[in-house]
Design a protein around this ligand. Structure first.
Ligand code: SF4
Ligand code: SF4
Length: 483
């Protein structure tokens, strides 16, 4: 199952941006926006997109500059130029520089979607197979490679702890454990710390100083596709609307190296379209017997390995074997028989179902499910004051919408007083509300909430139950039946 195609739209006209975002989201695309060429170039440097749509005339960097930058980062990315100045010269220059197509303004969303669909389809089949450069490294040299990475970066990787694994900053390159089922907490804790000082203040002096921020170049090593998708969801939440400076700064300084997960009975990542081994990663390592085949997916990834001499060139049989391993992994995963869109529909149909009452009778409102979730990002803000009440600091720390006081506001009103409301809200947010805003489900099927829940509440059971009850009403099923 492939993931949702990601499109970056750059235009300095807010109404055009939001119109395209809404229109393409309705057609199942994930759409990120940028209000000028510079912001778009920054997003491209940080994240992998399947297509760029750009206005020709923009402040800071125009469409042609952005096109050049996009092609430097990924020479194969389809780039569509939107031009309000539909002169043949501009369009031809863009095409000469490698644009896939150009669309003169004004255009309808249907006209745009038609070109986008075609470009994504043509590019996907090519990118999937032939355009990625890969190298190989013997698994016996992995800790030496990790050591090499540790010279210039903080390296965060899974390490064994107790009966499971946790993500930790490595002190010893040999402690990285790249073949693992999952970790207790997701890697988000290195991008969004559990607690963070935002600023210090002193009322007497009338000063405000920004909080401690020690952001070092970091490599997140051994990241599973579902956790990568989790990070991409956080990117959406923290870069759209009210950009979060600390998160963005950490993200810019982070390179991500992926690996395939070991089979996990609690995971349903492929059902959520979160099994992609390319999107977001800078490098992706697939173990084939005693060798890792390493796909180089971004210029950042290339830089990571450029000066290390342990990589060898590949033969065609290596590429084929890596593909076969990835395919076998997909087959191994369980299937709920639902597409991500189906799950959105099921949850919406069940909005007034008794299931929420039944589950809430077991739920303890402990909040663990959201704390372990790679895509939950609720936080609380508190001030810590010195005893003289004149100085202090403001902190942000993780919070959970499942706790009973979460939705309490000044005056004591609690907007989600009952456990049933909170539990239903979590499922609605994961499978419906987020998708309404960003076009993709928030849940990436990692299975951590099922593992953490002392009451045994598991999204797989919930989806299967809803599917049994409402499955025949799904648009996809009705459509299939009619055909
Ligand atoms: S809701 Fe559960 S399964 Fe989905 S991403 Fe969060 S922790 Fe993972
Ligand atoms: S982990 Fe389980 S018991 Fe705790 S709040 Fe979440 S659903 Fe309820």
């Amino acid at each position: 199952m492939s993931s949702v195609a990601k499109i970056l739209v750059a235009d300095d006209e807010p109404s055009v941006l939001s119109g395209i975002q809404k229109g393409l989201s309705k057609h199942g695309y994930f759409v990120a926006t940028a209000k000028d060429g510079l912001e778009a170039a920054e997003k491209l440097a940080k994240e992998r997109f399947d297509l760029v749509l750009s206005d020709l005339k923009m402040p800071k960097a125009d469409g042609i500059e952005l096109l050049n930058r996009a092609k430097e980062i990924d020479r194969n990315i389809p780039f569509i130029m939107l031009t309000g100045y539909g002169t043949k010269e501009n369009a031809l220059l863009a095409m000469k520089l490698g644009a896939y197509d150009y669309i003169p303004k004004p255009f309808t969303i249907n006209e745009l979607t038609e070109v986008v669909n075609r470009a994504v389809k043509e590019n996907k089949s090519a990118v999937d197979d032939e355009k990625i450069i890969s190298k190989k490294i013997s698994s016996s040299r992995i800790s030496e490679f990790v050591e090499f990475l540790m010279k210039k970066n903080d390296v965060v990787a899974p390490i064994a702890r107790g009966n499971g694994n946790i993500f930790a900053r490595l002190e010893d390159s040999k402690s990285a454990s790249l073949e693992y089922v999952t970790t207790t907490l997701p890697p988000k804790k290195f991008l969004l710390p559990v607690e963070e000082e935002l600023f210090k203040f002193n009322r007497e002096k009338g000063t405000v100083e920004s909080g401690k921020r020690e952001i070092k170049p970091t490599v997140l090593l051994g990241i599973h596709p579902a956790d990568m998708q989790g990070i991409l969801r956080l990117d959406q939440a923290f870069t759209e609307g009210y950009p979060e400076a600390n998160y963005i700064e950490r993200r810019k300084n982070t390179a991500i190296v992926g690996v395939l997960p070991k089979t996990d009975s609690k995971s349903f990542a492929n059902d959520m379209g979160a099994g992609d081994t390319k999107a977001g990663f800078d490098l992706f390592m697939t173990k084939v017997f005693d060798t890792y085949i390493v796909d180089i997916l971004t210029s950042k990834g290339k830089k990571l390995i450029d000066d290390y001499d342990g990589f060898e060139e590949l033969g065609k049989e290596d590429v084929d074997q890596a593909k076969a391993v990835k395919k076998a992994k997909m087959r191994e995963e369980q299937s709920l028989g639902c597409q991500p869109k189906d799950i959105q529909e099921l949850v919406k149909m069940a909005s007034d179902d008794k299931i929420w009452k039944e589950l809430s009778a077991k739920c303890l409102s402990c909040g663990s499910c959201s704390l372990v979730c790679p895509t939950c990002y609720c936080f609380d803000v508190t001030d810590k004051l010195s005893l003289n009440l004149k100085e202090g600091a403001r902190y942000r720390k993780w919070d959970s919408c499942q706790t009973d006081m979460f939705a309490t506001v000044a005056g004591g009103e609690n907007f989600r007083e009952h456990r049933e409301q909170r539990l239903k809200h979590r499922f609605m947010h994961k499978f419906s509300y987020f998708a309404g805003k960003f076009g993709t489900n928030m849940c990436v099927g990692c299975g951590r909430c099922a593992r953490a829940c002392v009451a045994g509440i598991n999204p797989i059971d919930v989806i299967q139950k809803l599917s049994k009850e409402y499955g025949m009403l799904l648009v996809s099923k009705v459509f299939k039946y009619m055909n």
